[in-house]
Structures are given as structure tokens and as C-alpha cells.
Ligand binder design. Structure first.
Ligand SMILES: Nc1ncnc2c1ncn2[C@@H]1O[C@H](COP(=O)(O)OP(=O)(O)O)[C@@H](O)[C@H]1O
Ligand SMILES: [Mg+2]
Length: 299
């Protein structure tokens, strides 16, 4: 079972005192590497013995890391807090199977009371280096842990803001419903990554649609994805959706046009390789900047 499923399962078994201990550890993210027992006891108003008793359980559930001096929140604990946030606001009632594993995240299906499906993206930046550290030293430095939890929270914030802005100007992105900590609750897209589409009915139309959306993002929202490729485009029926925006940069960024051209080049190369469609880089680049009104594709 994944740590996220463990977090989801433990939601029901945790008492309000357990939650206040978890929240106390979270609030101390900035101040402590290992949060001292006395601090937790003071901020939760729970007796020191009760704090230690609850921490032991939370450690067994793998939501925190317990040491002799105190405790540290770990990523499954942050998952539990984020899921509880979504559940409390009645957005979802349960977590389903994993539906995507990216470079920096795990994406799970979630359902609400009415059985509607959503996607929850949990940020996992730093996961690789955790493993590397673990192999070398057999434990994870609490400092590293806290640092990555904060990095993941700000990545989720950035992506949430970018997607909201993009959807306002009509860019084809999944609808974002809410963000809690390092987790994004989104519309669940039933489709395939572009990289997995061996065939397309109308590849020219799809490429045009992608370029049109890159243009819209740049000219109307002032946003460049900066990591766009066949791995960050979902195809659903005849529709395409641009996903994965945490590293997006604004039009004002000094490298904005370089990054914009790199996004465009990735896409053109893919369509040339897989679907034998040609398009000049100059033409596409001027089109997405809004300097030309159309783009010519040849096959
Ligand atoms: N809204 C969504 N609906 C369905 N699947 C999704 C959704 N968002 C992401 N995924 C799946 O999760 C994977 C990882 O998401 P992505 O946003 O690309 O994160 P990463 O930064 O980790 O690459 C995607 O490749 C895709 O398969
Ligand atoms: Mg991705």
C-alpha cells in the first residue's frame, strides 16, 4: 500500500488530539528540525505523556518520524493533513487508485459522496534525493525533510495560481477545484498522454490546437509553461489539455521567450518524428508570440 493510501486510511482512525499533534508539528516546520516534546505539549495543551503516547502511534502509522528528542512531520503526515482539508470541505470522501506518476508528483483518483471522480496531485519534489540519502545513510535528515515539504507546498501554490489564470483566458487546462498544502484537487481527465498516442485521427489539427493554446497562454495570460512536451499534454477524445504548470514563468521573465521557443520546439520535434508533420520553427515561434495570425503545417 502506498503512503498516500495509508494516510487516507488513517484519516478515520485519528482522534482530534492526534490531529492537533500533527498540526503542531506542521506549524513548527519553520522553527524546528526536530520539534521538541515540550513545544508540542505547550502548543496543543496536552500533557507531555499524552503527547509522547500519540507521537508513538503516529510514528507507527508512518505519519511522523519519532526520535529521542522530539518528532518531525514526514510526507505521509502532510498527505493526511491535506486530504483531511479536502474531506472537511466536502470536496471528496475517499482516495482511489494511483492514475499518474510524474517527475515531481503522484496523482491519485479521488471520489466525492456522489461518486464523482477527481484527480489529486501530491507534490513529491525531493523524493529522489530522499531515496539517495536513505540508501547512503539509512535515515533521512529532518532538515532535508522539512525543506522539501515547504518546496512542495509552494510548488502546489504556484501551479494552482497559474492554472486558475490560464483557465480564465480560455487555455485548455484541467479545472482546478482547490489546493491544500502540497496537494491540488483537479478535474479528472480521462485520456492519454500525447506521448502514448501512437496514432491520431487528425494530427495536424491536434498540433494546431496545441500551438493555439501555447499562444493563448502567452498572449492573454502572460504565462509560459517552460516544461511543455508530449509528456505534459493529455489527449481526451479530440480535445487536448496542457498540464503540469509549477515551473511556469511570466512573460516578464528574462528567459521567457527562450523558454517559450523551447516548449514550441519540443512539440514540433515530436510531431515531425511521430506524425511526419513539418512546421518551420520561425513560423511557429512568431505565431505563439502573437506576431502572426496563423501557422502553416505540411505533411
Ligand atoms: N487532471 C488529471 N487527470 C488525470 N490524470 C492526470 C491529471 N493530472 C495529471 N495526471 C496524470 O499524472 C501524471 C503526472 O502529472 P503532472 O502534472 O505531469 O506532474 P509531474 O510534474 O510529476 O510530471 C501525468 O502524466 C498524467 O498521467
Ligand atoms: Mg509531467
Amino acid at each position: 500500500m502506498s503512503t498516500t493510501h495509508i494516510a487516507a486510511q488513517t484519516l478515520k482512525s485519528l482522534s482530534s488530539e492526534d490531529w492537533s499533534v500533527l498540526s503542531a508539528l506542521e506549524r513548527a516546520l519553520e522553527a524546528y528540525e526536530v520539534v521538541p516534546f515540550e513545544y508540542i505539549s505547550k502548543t496543543t495543551n496536552l500533557h507531555l505523556d499524552e503527547v509522547k503516547f500519540r507521537l508513538k502511534r503516529l510514528d507507527q502509522l508512518k505519519l511522523i518520524h519519532l526520535t529521542t528528542n522530539g518528532a518531525t512531520l514526514v510526507s505521509a503526515g502532510l498527505d493526511a493533513l491535506a486530504l483531511r482539508g479536502f474531506v472537511k470541505r466536502n470536496f471528496i470522501s475517499g482516495i482511489g487508485p494511483i492514475i499518474g506518476v510524474g517527475k515531481e508528483s503522484d496523482v491519485y483518483e479521488a471520489i466525492d459522496d456522489a461518486g464523482r471522480a477527481y484527480a489529486v496531485k501530491f507534490y513529491r519534489i525531493g523524493r529522489i534525493s530522499f531515496r539517495a540519502i536513505k540508501i547512503k545513510r539509512s535515515y533521512v535528515e529532518p532538515t532535508a525533510h522539512h525543506h522539501w515539504l515547504k518546496v512542495n507546498i509552494s510548488a502546489a501554490k504556484k501551479e494552482f495560481e497559474a492554472i486558475k489564470k490560464l483557465s480564465q483566458v480560455g487555455v485548455s487546462v484541467p479545472e482546478v477545484i482547490a489546493r491544500n498544502r502540497h496537494a491540488l484537487l483537479m478535474e479528472r481527465i480521462r485520456g492519454m498522454l500525447l506521448v502514448d498516442c501512437k496514432e491520431l485521427k487528425e494530427p495536424k489539427k491536434v498540433l494546431k490546437e496545441i500551438l493555439k493554446n501555447i499562444r493563448l497562454a502567452y498572449t492573454k495570460a502572460g504565462i509560459v509553461n517552460a516544461d511543455l512536451s508530449e509528456f505534459n499534454i493529455l489527449c481526451s477524445d479530440s480535445k487536448i489539455l496542457l498540464i503540469d504548470w509549477p515551473q511556469a514563468v511570466s512573460k516578464e521573465h528574462p528567459n521567457a521567450t527562450i523558454l517559450l521557443d523551447r516548449d514550441v520546439l519540443n512539440i514540433l520535434k515530436f510531431f515531425r518524428r511521430r506524425f511526419k508533420i513539418d512546421c518551420s520553427m520561425e513560423d511557429a515561434s512568431f505565431y505563439v508570440r502573437g506576431w502572426r495570425d496563423s501557422v502553416e503545417l505540411h505533411s
